[in-house]
Design a binder for this molecule. Structure first.
Ligand SMILES: *Cc1c(COP(=O)(O)O)cnc(C)c1O
Length: 423
Protein backbone atom coordinates (compact mmCIF):
# COMPACT_ATOMS: atom_id res chain seq x y z
CA UNK A 1 0.00 0.00 0.00
CA UNK A 2 1.44 3.38 -0.98
CA UNK A 3 0.93 6.53 1.03
CA UNK A 4 -1.65 7.77 -1.42
CA UNK A 5 -3.83 4.66 -1.15
CA UNK A 6 -5.83 4.83 2.05
CA UNK A 7 -7.22 1.58 3.41
CA UNK A 8 -9.82 0.93 6.05
CA UNK A 9 -8.35 -0.49 9.23
CA UNK A 10 -9.41 -0.69 12.85
CA UNK A 11 -12.79 0.56 14.01
CA UNK A 12 -12.38 4.15 12.84
CA UNK A 13 -12.79 3.52 9.15
CA UNK A 14 -12.42 5.97 6.33
CA UNK A 15 -16.11 5.44 5.55
CA UNK A 16 -16.87 6.70 9.04
CA UNK A 17 -14.91 9.89 8.27
CA UNK A 18 -16.69 10.23 4.91
CA UNK A 19 -20.01 9.92 6.72
CA UNK A 20 -19.01 12.81 9.01
CA UNK A 21 -18.16 14.89 5.94
CA UNK A 22 -21.58 14.26 4.42
CA UNK A 23 -23.30 15.37 7.64
CA UNK A 24 -21.06 18.44 8.13
CA UNK A 25 -23.16 21.65 8.25
CA UNK A 26 -20.10 23.69 7.17
CA UNK A 27 -19.24 21.45 4.23
CA UNK A 28 -20.19 24.01 1.57
CA UNK A 29 -17.56 26.46 2.82
CA UNK A 30 -14.74 24.24 1.61
CA UNK A 31 -15.57 25.07 -2.02
CA UNK A 32 -15.07 28.76 -1.31
CA UNK A 33 -11.32 28.21 -0.90
CA UNK A 34 -8.57 27.56 -3.42
CA UNK A 35 -7.31 23.99 -3.29
CA UNK A 36 -5.47 22.79 -6.37
CA UNK A 37 -3.50 20.45 -4.14
CA UNK A 38 -3.94 17.22 -6.04
CA UNK A 39 -2.88 14.55 -3.61
CA UNK A 40 -1.62 17.01 -0.98
CA UNK A 41 -3.21 17.12 2.46
CA UNK A 42 -2.85 20.51 4.13
CA UNK A 43 -3.01 20.45 7.91
CA UNK A 44 -1.05 23.65 8.49
CA UNK A 45 -3.84 26.21 8.30
CA UNK A 46 -2.90 27.14 11.87
CA UNK A 47 0.29 28.65 10.40
CA UNK A 48 -1.14 30.05 7.18
CA UNK A 49 -4.79 29.67 6.29
CA UNK A 50 -5.90 28.94 2.75
CA UNK A 51 -6.77 31.54 0.15
CA UNK A 52 -10.53 32.05 -0.11
CA UNK A 53 -12.23 33.19 -3.31
CA UNK A 54 -13.76 35.98 -1.22
CA UNK A 55 -10.35 37.23 -0.10
CA UNK A 56 -9.03 37.07 -3.65
CA UNK A 57 -12.00 39.06 -4.97
CA UNK A 58 -11.79 41.62 -2.16
CA UNK A 59 -8.08 42.17 -2.75
CA UNK A 60 -8.62 42.45 -6.50
CA UNK A 61 -11.44 44.97 -6.02
CA UNK A 62 -9.24 47.08 -3.76
CA UNK A 63 -6.37 47.01 -6.21
CA UNK A 64 -8.81 48.15 -8.91
CA UNK A 65 -10.00 50.98 -6.65
CA UNK A 66 -6.43 52.05 -6.15
CA UNK A 67 -6.03 52.17 -9.92
CA UNK A 68 -9.17 54.16 -10.57
CA UNK A 69 -9.53 56.38 -7.53
CA UNK A 70 -5.96 57.04 -6.49
CA UNK A 71 -5.78 59.36 -3.50
CA UNK A 72 -9.53 60.02 -3.45
CA UNK A 73 -9.92 56.42 -2.30
CA UNK A 74 -8.80 57.53 1.15
CA UNK A 75 -12.24 58.97 1.85
CA UNK A 76 -13.40 55.36 2.16
CA UNK A 77 -10.17 53.75 3.32
CA UNK A 78 -9.25 56.09 6.17
CA UNK A 79 -11.38 54.39 8.83
CA UNK A 80 -11.04 50.84 7.51
CA UNK A 81 -8.97 49.68 10.51
CA UNK A 82 -11.90 50.41 12.81
CA UNK A 83 -14.53 48.98 10.47
CA UNK A 84 -12.57 45.75 9.94
CA UNK A 85 -11.92 45.65 13.69
CA UNK A 86 -15.62 45.93 14.50
CA UNK A 87 -16.40 43.20 11.94
CA UNK A 88 -13.81 40.90 13.50
CA UNK A 89 -15.03 41.77 16.98
CA UNK A 90 -18.57 40.75 16.10
CA UNK A 91 -17.76 37.64 14.04
CA UNK A 92 -14.84 36.16 15.93
CA UNK A 93 -14.04 37.87 19.20
CA UNK A 94 -17.21 38.49 21.17
CA UNK A 95 -16.35 42.18 21.29
CA UNK A 96 -18.82 45.03 20.92
CA UNK A 97 -18.07 47.91 18.52
CA UNK A 98 -15.42 50.53 19.20
CA UNK A 99 -12.99 48.16 20.95
CA UNK A 100 -11.12 46.41 18.13
CA UNK A 101 -8.77 47.69 15.44
CA UNK A 102 -7.32 45.68 12.56
CA UNK A 103 -3.81 47.07 12.20
CA UNK A 104 -0.07 46.42 12.32
CA UNK A 105 1.30 42.98 13.23
CA UNK A 106 0.59 40.98 16.37
CA UNK A 107 4.10 41.75 17.57
CA UNK A 108 3.65 45.51 17.17
CA UNK A 109 0.17 45.44 18.71
CA UNK A 110 1.53 43.51 21.68
CA UNK A 111 4.23 46.14 22.08
CA UNK A 112 1.67 48.94 21.95
CA UNK A 113 -0.78 47.44 24.44
CA UNK A 114 1.81 46.04 26.86
CA UNK A 115 3.67 49.35 26.73
CA UNK A 116 0.44 51.23 27.43
CA UNK A 117 -0.33 48.96 30.38
CA UNK A 118 3.14 49.39 31.89
CA UNK A 119 2.96 53.16 31.60
CA UNK A 120 -0.33 53.04 33.54
CA UNK A 121 0.55 50.53 36.28
CA UNK A 122 3.44 49.70 38.59
CA UNK A 123 4.63 46.13 39.01
CA UNK A 124 6.18 43.21 37.21
CA UNK A 125 5.28 41.47 33.96
CA UNK A 126 4.21 37.82 33.90
CA UNK A 127 4.32 35.53 30.87
CA UNK A 128 4.46 31.72 30.61
CA UNK A 129 8.01 30.49 30.06
CA UNK A 130 6.92 28.43 27.05
CA UNK A 131 4.76 31.10 25.43
CA UNK A 132 5.23 32.04 21.78
CA UNK A 133 8.69 33.61 21.29
CA UNK A 134 7.65 37.01 19.94
CA UNK A 135 5.54 37.60 23.06
CA UNK A 136 8.43 36.76 25.38
CA UNK A 137 10.93 38.82 23.39
CA UNK A 138 8.74 41.92 23.25
CA UNK A 139 8.09 41.68 26.99
CA UNK A 140 11.79 41.15 27.71
CA UNK A 141 12.51 44.40 25.88
CA UNK A 142 9.70 46.29 27.61
CA UNK A 143 10.77 44.98 31.02
CA UNK A 144 14.28 46.32 30.42
CA UNK A 145 13.03 49.67 29.10
CA UNK A 146 10.60 50.18 32.01
CA UNK A 147 12.88 48.71 34.67
CA UNK A 148 10.43 45.92 35.55
CA UNK A 149 10.90 42.31 36.52
CA UNK A 150 9.86 39.77 33.87
CA UNK A 151 8.50 36.70 35.65
CA UNK A 152 8.40 33.52 33.62
CA UNK A 153 5.56 31.27 34.68
CA UNK A 154 6.40 27.55 34.41
CA UNK A 155 3.40 25.76 32.95
CA UNK A 156 2.49 22.18 32.11
CA UNK A 157 3.38 21.37 28.46
CA UNK A 158 -0.03 19.81 27.76
CA UNK A 159 -2.68 20.85 30.31
CA UNK A 160 -4.39 24.26 30.08
CA UNK A 161 -3.01 27.10 32.22
CA UNK A 162 -3.91 26.59 35.86
CA UNK A 163 -6.05 29.36 37.33
CA UNK A 164 -4.34 29.13 40.73
CA UNK A 165 -0.86 29.19 39.23
CA UNK A 166 -1.69 32.34 37.27
CA UNK A 167 -3.27 33.93 40.36
CA UNK A 168 -0.11 33.28 42.38
CA UNK A 169 2.15 34.68 39.65
CA UNK A 170 -0.05 37.76 39.20
CA UNK A 171 0.57 38.92 42.75
CA UNK A 172 2.46 42.23 42.49
CA UNK A 173 2.21 42.31 38.69
CA UNK A 174 1.22 45.19 36.44
CA UNK A 175 0.52 42.99 33.45
CA UNK A 176 -0.05 39.30 32.74
CA UNK A 177 0.27 38.17 29.10
CA UNK A 178 -1.18 34.79 28.17
CA UNK A 179 -2.04 32.82 25.06
CA UNK A 180 -5.68 31.82 24.92
CA UNK A 181 -4.81 28.70 22.89
CA UNK A 182 -1.25 27.48 23.41
CA UNK A 183 0.60 27.40 20.10
CA UNK A 184 2.30 24.10 20.83
CA UNK A 185 -0.25 22.00 22.73
CA UNK A 186 -3.48 23.60 21.54
CA UNK A 187 -4.61 23.83 25.19
CA UNK A 188 -7.36 26.40 25.71
CA UNK A 189 -7.23 28.63 28.79
CA UNK A 190 -10.29 29.61 30.81
CA UNK A 191 -10.37 33.26 29.82
CA UNK A 192 -13.08 34.37 32.25
CA UNK A 193 -11.70 32.66 35.35
CA UNK A 194 -8.12 33.71 34.65
CA UNK A 195 -9.07 37.30 33.79
CA UNK A 196 -10.86 37.52 37.14
CA UNK A 197 -7.91 36.32 39.23
CA UNK A 198 -5.44 38.56 37.41
CA UNK A 199 -7.69 41.58 37.94
CA UNK A 200 -8.23 40.63 41.59
CA UNK A 201 -4.43 40.78 41.98
CA UNK A 202 -4.50 44.34 40.62
CA UNK A 203 -2.96 43.57 37.21
CA UNK A 204 -4.22 43.84 33.66
CA UNK A 205 -4.54 40.73 31.51
CA UNK A 206 -3.54 40.75 27.84
CA UNK A 207 -4.67 37.75 25.80
CA UNK A 208 -2.85 36.59 22.67
CA UNK A 209 -5.57 35.15 20.42
CA UNK A 210 -3.45 34.06 17.46
CA UNK A 211 -4.48 30.41 17.77
CA UNK A 212 -8.02 31.02 18.91
CA UNK A 213 -9.42 33.76 16.64
CA UNK A 214 -11.52 31.96 14.03
CA UNK A 215 -10.99 28.60 15.75
CA UNK A 216 -12.97 28.87 18.98
CA UNK A 217 -15.69 31.18 20.23
CA UNK A 218 -13.71 33.94 21.91
CA UNK A 219 -15.88 36.03 24.25
CA UNK A 220 -13.74 39.01 25.20
CA UNK A 221 -16.53 41.22 26.56
CA UNK A 222 -18.36 38.47 28.44
CA UNK A 223 -15.11 37.13 29.91
CA UNK A 224 -14.20 40.59 31.17
CA UNK A 225 -10.87 40.63 29.33
CA UNK A 226 -8.81 43.84 29.51
CA UNK A 227 -6.62 43.69 26.41
CA UNK A 228 -6.02 41.32 23.51
CA UNK A 229 -4.05 40.94 20.30
CA UNK A 230 -4.01 38.36 17.53
CA UNK A 231 -3.29 37.68 13.89
CA UNK A 232 -5.59 37.13 10.91
CA UNK A 233 -3.45 34.89 8.71
CA UNK A 234 -4.03 31.65 10.66
CA UNK A 235 -7.66 30.58 11.23
CA UNK A 236 -9.01 33.81 9.73
CA UNK A 237 -7.41 33.16 6.32
CA UNK A 238 -6.58 36.77 5.44
CA UNK A 239 -3.25 35.90 3.84
CA UNK A 240 0.49 35.97 4.56
CA UNK A 241 1.38 39.00 6.69
CA UNK A 242 -2.22 40.26 6.78
CA UNK A 243 -2.97 42.99 9.34
CA UNK A 244 -3.37 41.81 12.93
CA UNK A 245 -5.89 43.10 15.48
CA UNK A 246 -5.94 44.57 18.94
CA UNK A 247 -8.70 44.88 21.56
CA UNK A 248 -8.89 47.36 24.40
CA UNK A 249 -11.98 47.08 26.62
CA UNK A 250 -13.88 50.34 26.50
CA UNK A 251 -13.46 50.94 30.25
CA UNK A 252 -9.67 51.17 29.83
CA UNK A 253 -9.42 53.29 26.71
CA UNK A 254 -9.33 56.73 28.31
CA UNK A 255 -6.55 55.79 30.75
CA UNK A 256 -4.22 54.04 28.30
CA UNK A 257 -1.94 55.60 25.69
CA UNK A 258 -0.04 53.89 22.93
CA UNK A 259 3.75 54.23 23.18
CA UNK A 260 3.77 54.79 19.41
CA UNK A 261 2.45 58.34 19.02
CA UNK A 262 1.60 58.10 15.36
CA UNK A 263 -0.46 60.58 13.36
CA UNK A 264 -3.33 58.14 12.76
CA UNK A 265 -4.11 58.28 16.48
CA UNK A 266 -3.94 62.07 16.61
CA UNK A 267 -7.02 64.15 17.42
CA UNK A 268 -7.84 66.30 14.38
CA UNK A 269 -5.24 64.41 12.34
CA UNK A 270 -5.26 66.63 9.28
CA UNK A 271 -4.79 69.84 11.27
CA UNK A 272 -1.22 68.56 11.50
CA UNK A 273 -0.73 70.53 14.69
CA UNK A 274 2.46 70.99 16.68
CA UNK A 275 1.79 68.55 19.55
CA UNK A 276 0.48 65.03 19.96
CA UNK A 277 -2.95 64.61 21.49
CA UNK A 278 -4.56 61.17 21.07
CA UNK A 279 -8.17 60.83 19.95
CA UNK A 280 -10.70 59.49 22.41
CA UNK A 281 -11.65 55.87 21.89
CA UNK A 282 -10.00 52.87 20.29
CA UNK A 283 -8.49 54.99 17.49
CA UNK A 284 -5.72 56.09 19.86
CA UNK A 285 -4.11 52.69 19.37
CA UNK A 286 -3.51 53.22 15.65
CA UNK A 287 -0.02 54.17 14.55
CA UNK A 288 0.38 55.00 10.86
CA UNK A 289 -1.34 54.59 7.52
CA UNK A 290 -3.48 51.43 7.39
CA UNK A 291 -2.57 48.60 4.96
CA UNK A 292 -5.68 48.93 2.82
CA UNK A 293 -5.16 45.95 0.52
CA UNK A 294 -4.56 43.60 3.43
CA UNK A 295 -7.55 45.00 5.31
CA UNK A 296 -9.80 44.12 2.39
CA UNK A 297 -8.95 40.46 2.99
CA UNK A 298 -9.55 40.84 6.74
CA UNK A 299 -12.99 42.26 6.02
CA UNK A 300 -13.76 39.36 3.68
CA UNK A 301 -12.59 36.89 6.32
CA UNK A 302 -14.79 38.45 8.99
CA UNK A 303 -17.79 38.36 6.67
CA UNK A 304 -17.28 34.69 5.81
CA UNK A 305 -16.92 33.78 9.46
CA UNK A 306 -20.06 35.71 10.36
CA UNK A 307 -21.90 33.74 7.69
CA UNK A 308 -20.63 30.38 8.98
CA UNK A 309 -21.15 31.30 12.64
CA UNK A 310 -18.38 30.93 15.20
CA UNK A 311 -20.52 28.44 17.16
CA UNK A 312 -20.61 26.03 14.23
CA UNK A 313 -16.88 26.55 13.70
CA UNK A 314 -16.14 25.74 17.33
CA UNK A 315 -18.29 22.58 17.22
CA UNK A 316 -16.55 21.33 14.12
CA UNK A 317 -13.12 22.11 15.59
CA UNK A 318 -14.04 19.96 18.59
CA UNK A 319 -15.18 17.12 16.33
CA UNK A 320 -12.18 17.26 13.97
CA UNK A 321 -9.71 17.27 16.83
CA UNK A 322 -11.66 14.45 18.55
CA UNK A 323 -11.31 12.34 15.41
CA UNK A 324 -7.58 13.09 15.30
CA UNK A 325 -7.22 12.08 18.96
CA UNK A 326 -9.16 8.85 18.47
CA UNK A 327 -7.04 8.03 15.43
CA UNK A 328 -3.90 8.81 17.44
CA UNK A 329 -4.99 6.31 20.07
CA UNK A 330 -5.84 3.65 17.54
CA UNK A 331 -3.11 4.06 14.94
CA UNK A 332 -0.22 6.10 16.39
CA UNK A 333 0.14 5.36 20.10
CA UNK A 334 1.64 1.95 19.28
CA UNK A 335 4.27 3.62 17.07
CA UNK A 336 5.90 5.73 19.79
CA UNK A 337 3.56 8.74 19.63
CA UNK A 338 1.94 10.42 22.59
CA UNK A 339 -0.76 13.05 22.60
CA UNK A 340 0.43 16.59 23.31
CA UNK A 341 -3.08 18.10 23.45
CA UNK A 342 -5.78 17.97 26.17
CA UNK A 343 -8.34 15.21 25.70
CA UNK A 344 -11.34 17.23 26.88
CA UNK A 345 -12.83 19.16 23.95
CA UNK A 346 -13.56 22.18 26.15
CA UNK A 347 -9.83 22.39 26.91
CA UNK A 348 -8.50 22.63 23.37
CA UNK A 349 -8.60 24.75 20.22
CA UNK A 350 -8.48 23.54 16.62
CA UNK A 351 -5.10 21.84 16.42
CA UNK A 352 -3.64 18.68 17.88
CA UNK A 353 -0.06 18.09 18.78
CA UNK A 354 1.41 14.64 18.19
CA UNK A 355 4.59 14.08 20.16
CA UNK A 356 7.32 11.65 19.11
CA UNK A 357 11.07 11.49 19.89
CA UNK A 358 11.74 11.55 16.10
CA UNK A 359 9.19 14.29 15.40
CA UNK A 360 11.49 16.34 13.15
CA UNK A 361 12.52 13.60 10.67
CA UNK A 362 8.95 12.28 10.70
CA UNK A 363 7.59 15.73 9.89
CA UNK A 364 10.07 16.12 7.08
CA UNK A 365 9.27 12.68 5.67
CA UNK A 366 5.55 13.46 5.83
CA UNK A 367 6.07 16.56 3.72
CA UNK A 368 8.58 15.15 1.26
CA UNK A 369 7.48 11.53 0.93
CA UNK A 370 3.80 11.50 1.84
CA UNK A 371 2.56 14.92 0.64
CA UNK A 372 1.06 15.85 4.01
CA UNK A 373 1.83 19.40 5.20
CA UNK A 374 1.79 19.76 8.99
CA UNK A 375 4.40 21.69 10.98
CA UNK A 376 7.01 20.88 13.56
CA UNK A 377 7.47 22.61 16.90
CA UNK A 378 10.47 21.99 19.10
CA UNK A 379 11.28 19.82 20.83
CA UNK A 380 9.05 16.93 19.78
CA UNK A 381 5.70 18.03 18.37
CA UNK A 382 4.05 17.61 14.99
CA UNK A 383 1.03 19.90 14.79
CA UNK A 384 -2.04 19.07 12.76
CA UNK A 385 -4.01 22.30 12.39
CA UNK A 386 -7.61 21.64 11.38
CA UNK A 387 -9.35 24.89 10.37
CA UNK A 388 -13.04 24.03 10.37
CA UNK A 389 -14.11 26.07 7.33
CA UNK A 390 -12.20 23.91 4.86
CA UNK A 391 -10.85 20.80 6.59
CA UNK A 392 -12.67 17.54 5.93
CA UNK A 393 -12.88 14.63 8.34
CA UNK A 394 -11.42 12.50 5.55
CA UNK A 395 -8.42 14.87 5.45
CA UNK A 396 -7.78 14.04 9.10
CA UNK A 397 -8.20 10.36 8.41
CA UNK A 398 -5.92 10.38 5.38
CA UNK A 399 -3.24 12.45 7.12
CA UNK A 400 -3.08 10.05 10.09
CA UNK A 401 -3.19 7.07 7.76
CA UNK A 402 -0.19 8.31 5.79
CA UNK A 403 1.63 9.20 9.00
CA UNK A 404 1.07 5.75 10.51
CA UNK A 405 2.17 3.97 7.32
CA UNK A 406 5.31 6.07 7.03
CA UNK A 407 6.44 5.54 10.61
CA UNK A 408 5.60 1.83 10.54
CA UNK A 409 7.82 1.52 7.46
CA UNK A 410 10.64 3.54 9.06
CA UNK A 411 10.71 6.04 6.17
CA UNK A 412 11.73 8.84 8.58
CA UNK A 413 14.83 6.89 9.61
CA UNK A 414 16.22 7.45 6.14
CA UNK A 415 15.72 11.25 6.18
CA UNK A 416 18.72 13.62 6.55
CA UNK A 417 18.85 15.14 10.05
CA UNK A 418 19.68 18.81 9.44
CA UNK A 419 17.14 21.44 10.44
CA UNK A 420 15.31 23.75 8.02
CA UNK A 421 15.17 27.57 8.19
CA UNK A 422 11.37 27.67 8.49
CA UNK A 423 9.59 24.91 10.35
C1 LIG B 1 1.57 33.37 15.05
C2 LIG B 1 1.74 34.00 16.40
C3 LIG B 1 2.26 35.29 16.53
C4 LIG B 1 2.75 36.01 15.30
O1 LIG B 1 3.14 37.30 15.48
P1 LIG B 1 3.52 38.16 14.18
O2 LIG B 1 3.76 39.51 14.67
O3 LIG B 1 2.39 38.02 13.21
O4 LIG B 1 4.74 37.53 13.58
C5 LIG B 1 2.31 35.85 17.79
N1 LIG B 1 1.88 35.17 18.88
C6 LIG B 1 1.40 33.91 18.78
C7 LIG B 1 0.93 33.17 20.00
C8 LIG B 1 1.33 33.29 17.54
O5 LIG B 1 0.88 32.05 17.44
Amino acid sequence: VGYGDPVDGGSLTRSHAAELDRADPLRRFRDRFEHGDGDRIYVDGNSLGRLSHDARAAIQATVDEWGSRLVTGWHDWVDLAGRAGDALGAAALGAGPGQVLACDSTTVNLYKLAGAALAAREGSIVVPADDFPTDRYVLEGLAAAHGRELRLLEADPVAPLGVDAVAAAADGAALVVLSHVNYRSGALADMAAISRVVQAAGALVLWDLCHSAGAVDVTLDAAGADLAVGCTYKYLNAGPGSPAFLYVAERHQAALRSPIQGWFSQADQFAMGPRYEPVAGIGRFLAGTPPVIGLAAVMAAAEMLAEAGIGAVRSKAAALTALAIDLHDERLAGLGFSLGTPRAAVERGAHVSLRHPDAWPICRALIEQANVIPDFRRPDSIRFGLPPLYTRYTDVWDAVDRLAALVADGVHERMPAEAARVT
